[in-house]
Design a protein around this ligand. Structure first.
Ligand SMILES: [Fe+2]
Ligand SMILES: [Fe+2]
Length: 368
């Protein structure tokens, strides 16, 4: 079985270039970014431009004292040689400093900057570039991506403000996605988020897409498909309130961290329960997607027949997506390996009959 071509995520981290004459500062930036991005660091801008012409970075971090051998403004030259590459200027907070870089950058950071600020700034620019590319896609793909990311970001704002989510808003945001799925026309959508740097959004969009496709394959129609897409998009929203360090920790979580991570389910349920317009199916998907048929899941150890059909489907899609997602700390597992692992090592935990149908669906989706 070979599913790799269409459904497998490309294995790579986003490339970030750093240009700074100060070796110690380059070292510090490298330490800060190393688990999140692939790094290329340069003491000299002329050399950086020569090298980066072959492998353009997604973002360039430029010290404000950087100069060019032939003179001229470094930003203008970077824009000429690496069009579309966002530039972050790293400036010193010194009085009367003489600055070599004068053009307009996409963002500025004053040294010394916090690691979290650096990562947040890079991430926002990477996403801006990826989202700008969506404008070039056909309307059904463009709308699926733009409207779901808007809806996802909006939910994050609503949670911050303690305001309920209106189901009509999520539902209409997911409508283009459901249309694309109904036409088995979703591969461009999954490709469109490969380089997006908001992992929670990428995972949720992949679950929404595969879950509604699963529903469509099982013969569900209309509102039911919409519930699956919306349930997929919001199933992990409780993670929006989990600390970044736990959410993105490379390696194993300790018991305390695991407890916090598992609490994303009750956080999702607490918030979604405050949204009166939400269909029950959406809430069920969020509440039960980590439960297992043999009762070993969380948060309630729900067992066998108590496990809702939608949640059984969501659990399969969620596990498959998590295994095949690209994370900063792990390579994506090839889809065929993920399905073998689910078949061989999760016996008794997931619904075998549904898993068989899910496998068949993926095979059909990638067949020529
Ligand atoms: Fe989850
Ligand atoms: Fe999930």
């Amino acid at each position: 079985m070979t599913l790799s071509a269409e459904t497998q995520q490309v294995s790579r981290k986003v490339l970030v270039a750093v240009v700074d004459g100060n070796a110690e500062h380059r070292r510090q930036v490298a330490i800060a970014l190393t688990s999140f991005y692939q790094l290329a660091d340069y003491a000299n801008l002329d050399f950086a431009l020569m090298e980066l012409a072959h492998t353009p970075p997604c973002v360039i971090l430029l010290d404000e004292m950087s100069t060019l051998r032939r003179g001229g403004d470094p930003i203008t030259e970077i824009r000429r040689q690496l069009p579309g590459t966002p530039i972050i200027i790293m400036e010193e907070h010194l009085p009367n400093r003489v600055v070599a870089v004068t053009g307009t950058a996409d963002a500025r950071l004053t040294k010394p900057f916090r690691r979290s600020t650096l990562i947040k700034t890079i991430s926002a620019l990477v996403n801006k570039t990826v989202e700008a590319h969506w404008e070039t896609l056909a309307p059904q793909y463009r709308d699926s991506l733009k409207r779901t990311v808007e809806s996802f970001n909006n939910i994050s704002d609503l949670i911050d403000r303690g305001e309920p989510l209106a189901f009509g808003d999520v539902s209409s945001a997911c409508a283009p996605l459901v249309d694309a799925v109904r036409n088995h026309d979703f591969k461009v959508i999954l490709d469109g988020v490969k380089d997006h740097d908001n992992y929670s959004y990428v995972h949720s969009l992949r679950v929404a897409t595969l879950l509604s496709l699963f529903g469509h394959t099982l013969g569900l129609k209309g509102d039911a498909l919409n519930v699956l897409a919306c349930g997929g998009l919001v199933h992990d929203i409780g993670k929006m309130t989990i600390p970044h360090d736990i959410l993105n920790k490379p390696g194993r979580l300790n018991d305390e961290e695991l407890k916090v991570m598992h609490s994303h389910v009750s956080r999702s349920v607490d918030y979604l329960s405050l949204c009166p317009s939400l269909p029950h199916g959406v809430l069920t998907i969020a509440a039960q997607h980590h439960e297992k048929l043999d009762g070993t899941g969380y948060p309630n150890g729900v067992k066998g027949a108590e496990l809702n059909e939608l949640a059984r489907m969501a659990s399969i899609v969620d596990i498959f997506s998590a295994l095949t997602d690209r994370r900063v700390y792990k390579e994506p597992m090839p889809p065929e390996d993920a399905l073998s692992l689910m078949t061989e090592r999760m016996d008794g935990e997931i619904d075998k009959h549904l898993l068989g149908m899910f496998k068949g669906m993926l095979l059909e989706a990638v067949s020529p």
